[in-house]
Design a protein around this ligand. Structure first.
Ligand SMILES: Cc1cc2nc3c(=O)[nH]c(=O)nc-3n(C[C@H](O)[C@H](O)[C@H](O)COP(=O)(O)OP(=O)(O)OC[C@H]3O[C@@H](n4cnc5c(N)ncnc54)[C@H](O)[C@@H]3O)c2cc1C
Length: 392
């Protein structure tokens, strides 16, 4: 995605290695902790949020800036470089940390204290952080029904509940947990809490799955976890608002990943089709195959165009309608394109780590961070805005 990557690279980033250079010496198959450390050491994570990661609340209020907004070009470069390693689990983990957990931490971190320490450590790559919103007590599509409770008292916090299907949970140093501090579904009932993974009462068990194994996805039990008061992230009652404000960044990152992943699999598929002969001709020269393949290219090119046209709006203006368009488009494009690639690879698509496996793992585009059906509902909510833009 050259336009996005080359655009708007500030002076701080210019002398720093890009993500692909930072990862060049990290061995294939390295775990996410190593990939994350390499990105942090090279300053790639810092540069994502270079405008505001070190601002305090007061700094941001003074200049009226947007907290925790990434540079879309640098985000695209990061996602593409990590995807090129071909370990979808690791990519998912980097994506959720960089595009979901870091923006929430950066938006809320005061100048000192554990939240600031966690943010700084994550940005430097020395620690990893999982974002735990999906709750054991409610469907993921019913976030306001979550059951994990935090009691905020003068002498500290008491946290009880459970989270499920949390990327990086197995191995994260910190868990950023969305909890309720009062009953009810009102959006002011929720608060983020920073939980050290080693705190007494925290138990993590790996998700029972063969997919995305490098992501460290797991389920978290919080059994009477006691923490000091300064482990509240942001103001109590602002949890859902902060989440909604920064959700778009993960949605943009997901769409960028869908472009990178489908492009990578399409390139591999074309090479195979060129090598494989049927009736004396490479499959690539058969019209039906070419047309099917070209249809996939068109869909991916459209998705990339959507990323390019909406990236700035999502990152800097927190345009949730644009973010919903991007997320639903990623879910709707990745599945048919990867299914077509897997089919065109024939039996070889069933090889270990092959196209059929990738297709299954890419199902996360339609589930993680909000199922496609729910996100399409948000697109429908903004139908008039989208129509006005289409007709202008
Ligand atoms: C690999 C992986 C990693 C994840 N990582 C994280 C993470 O890091 N942090 C985190 O907090 N969560 C994470 N999740 C959880 C994810 O966000 C939830 O799975 C997701 O929000 C959906 O919730 P659910 O699984 O409970 O499905 P449900 O909400 O139970 O939905 C099940 C199905 O019902 C249908 N459905 C639901 N709602 C609607 C609707 N409104 N209209 C029509 N149909 C609907 C859809 O077909 C949907 O797929 C992860 C999930 C996976 C699979």
């Amino acid at each position: 995605m050259p336009e996005l990557i080359e655009a708007d690279v500030g002076p701080a980033a210019r002398h720093r290695p890009r993500a692909d250079t930072a990862l060049a010496t990290v061995p294939a198959g390295a775990p996410v902790s190593r990939v994350w450390a390499a990105l942090g050491t090279a300053g790639v994570l810092q540069d994502l949020y270079a405008h505001d990661a070190h601002d305090t609340h007061d700094d941001r209020s003074a200049r009226g800036g947007t907290a925790g907004a990434p540079d879309p070009a640098r985000l695209a470069g990061l996602i593409r470089a990590v995807d090129a390693r071909g370990d979808n689990g690791v990519t998912l983990s980097v994506l959720v940390q960089a595009a979901s957990a870091l923006p929430v931490l950066a938006a809320c971190a005061p100048g000192t204290g554990p939240v600031r320490q966690a943010l700084d450590a994550a940005l430097s790559g020395t620690s990893t952080v999982a974002l735990a919103a999906t709750d054991g007590a409610a469907a993921g599509s019913d976030l306001a029904g979550l059951g994990t409770q935090v009691t905020i008292g003068a002498d500290g916090l008491l946290l009880t509940g459970g989270k499920r299907w949390i990327t990086t949970a197995c191995g994260a140093d910190w868990l950023l947990v969305l909890a309720r501090h009062r009953p009810g579904r009102h959006f002011t009932s929720f608060t983020w809490v920073l939980v050290p993974a080693t705190a007494p009462g925290v138990r993590v068990r790996p998700a029972d799955t063969d997919l995305l194994t490098g992501s460290g996805t797991g389920h978290v039990e919080l059994d009477g976890v006691r923490l000091p008061r300064d482990h509240v992230v942001g103001r109590p009652g602002r949890g859902m608002a902060v989440f909604a404000q920064h959700m778009g960044t993960e949605r943009l990152a997901g769409a960028l990943w869908a472009v990178a992943l489908t492009s990578r699999v399409l390139a591999d598929t074309k090479e195979r089709l060129t090598r494989r002969h049927v009736d004396g001709r490479p499959l690539w020269e058969h019209d039906a195959v070419r047309q099917r393949y070209a249809g996939c290219l068109v869909q991916v090119r459209q998705l990339r165009a959507l990323c390019e046209s909406l990236g700035e709006r999502v990152a800097h203006r927190q345009d949730l309608a644009a973010a919903a368009l991007l997320k639903s488009a990623a879910g709707l494009v990745a599945d048919p394109v990867l299914a077509a690639c897997a089919q065109m690879q024939g039996a070889d698509g069933f090889a270990r780590g092959g196209a059929q496996r990738i297709r299954g793992e890419a199902g996360v585009f339609g589930i993680g961070g909000g199922v496609t059906e729910l996100v399409l509902g948000a697109v429908a909510d903004h139908a008039d805005t989208v129509l006005t833009e289409l007709r202008s």
